[in-house]
Ligand binder design. Structure first.
Ligand code: 8DG
Length: 131
């Protein structure tokens, strides 16, 4: 049976209503695809603590999760992912990539120009439809 991986991801919006998009590096799993930054929830960790920790580690800034925006389960060839995308705001610092190849801020209508990790596509579509 495929392993089920629980992942939390941050949808971060700036004051221009642009969304933060992160490019996975060639060294990461699911390489060279765009995602919402985040990572795996550890055993005995709640999703909010996990996301705050992951964003500290990956982007060196502090976020406050606002609400759960999208919950999707997607089957990859090697594993099954349950990805929880949370809307978040930055409370301290500026996102700086340490593991990702690139970070960009994109207007909602331009999100579909990127090559997203397959598990993220429903959340991206919901964001595009939002306005
Ligand atoms: N962070 C994140 N991972 C995603 C997204 N979409 C998607 O399919 N994934 C996949 C890629 C990875 O296989 C897995 C997340 O693992 P990760 O490598 O980012 O997390 P992590 O830092 O906790 O990983 P690790 O060091 O423990 O291996 O979920 C997304 O939007 N954000």
């Amino acid at each position: 049976m495929k392993k089920l991986v629980k992942v939390v991801a941050a949808i971060i919006e700036n004051d221009k209503k642009e969304i933060l998009c992160a490019l996975r590096s060639p060294e990461m799993a699911i390489p060279n695809m765009w995602e919402f930054p985040g990572g795996k929830v550890e055993k005995d960790e709640d999703i909010y603590t996990a996301l705050i920790r992951e964003i500290h580690e990956e982007l060196d800034c502090t976020i406050e999760p606002i609400d759960l925006y999208h919950d999707n389960t997607h089957e990859y060839e090697a594993f099954i992912i349950n990805i929880l995308c949370l809307k978040c705001k930055i409370t301290e610092g500026t996102p700086t990539p340490s593991e990702h190849s690139k970070l960009i801020w994109l207007e909602r209508e331009n999100l579909e120009s990127l090559r997203w990790a397959p598990a993220d596509i429903p959340a991206v579509e919901q964001l595009i439809k939002e306005k």
